[in-house]
Each structure stands twice: as structure tokens, then as C-alpha cells.
Design a protein around this ligand. Sequence first.
Ligand code: T46
Length: 146
Amino acid sequence: MVSNTRLIEFKDIKNTESRDGYMGHLVPIEAESDIPFAINRIYYIADVPEGQVRGFHSHNDLEQVLICLHGSVTVKISTPFEEEHIVLDRLNKGLYIGPMVWREMYDFSQDAVLLVLASKHYDEADYIRDYPAYCRQAEGYFKGGE
Ligand code: T46
């Protein structure tokens, strides 16, 4: 995986004891055990028009986990040295993105609902939205082995 990212597989409970038949999915997520940080904010993205691409930024410090609750979306994650495209299409599949990783979200299905768990409150000062500036900063960050 790209540095400072990883996939997290959550428990997917499909059989409820003492009840008959298929009951649907129940996916429990516990902060600081299933999620490697204390959750201080959640937000969700939905109804993204076909062909629309979101993101185009990195964060200095913020840690996040992205989960597609309905439909599907592809997330491009990259540093100046690595790049991967991750399809989120399962209720129990989380994508952890740590600091200094560039992200772009694309190929939203019409019914996609993307849930994001974040380590901090919203702070525009934590965003790096200028790609050349990001590359300069990230080259030092990742070469420095941080
Ligand atoms: C990220 C990806 C996965 C707020 O006021 N509060 C919030 O908590 C957030 C997330 C955004 N905003 C405002 C800031 C912008 O004026 O909502 C507007 C849209 O945000 P943005 O263009 O940054 O949205 P995305 O989808 O490009 O990126 C978002 C998160 O901002 C970002 O942290 O990693 O989702």
C-alpha cells in the first residue's frame, strides 16, 4: 500500500443468534481499536454527479477512514513516489489515510454514500490543496522516513 495508508476489514455480522434466516449486515466499528485514532468528526458525501471528481488535496496531520456505505467509489491515493486506486464497495471495507497522502475520489456510483471518520475537527489550515506545494513538502516528509 501507499505509505501512511492501509485497508481495514471490519467485522460483518450476518447471522444474529436466536433468529432464523438472513437478517442483513451489522458492521460494528469501535474507536481506537477498529479505528487507529479517536474519532472527533464524521461527515458523509452523497449524490455526487456522474463524472465528478472530489478531493485533490492532502492533509498535514489529519487521519481519516473512508467507508462506502452504499454503492461504490474509487479513491486514488498517492505520494510523490507511489500511487494506488482503491475501490470501496463493501460495508466492511475501510480505507485509512494518514497525513501527507494526496487523495482524489472518482467513479462515484449514482447511489454512493461515502462515510468519513476523522481524527480532528474541520480545519482548512490543515489542507494542502496546491499540488506542486504538496509535492515539495511530501518529498521531504517521505524521504525523511517520517
Ligand atoms: C477529505 C475527503 C475524503 C466543512 O465545512 N466541514 C467539513 O468537515 C468538511 C469535510 C468540509 N467542509 C467544507 C469545506 C469546503 O468548503 O465543505 C466544502 C467541501 O469540502 P471539500 O471540497 O474539501 O470536499 P472533498 O470531498 O474534496 O474532500 C473531503 C474532505 O474535505 C477531505 O478532508 O479527505 O473528503
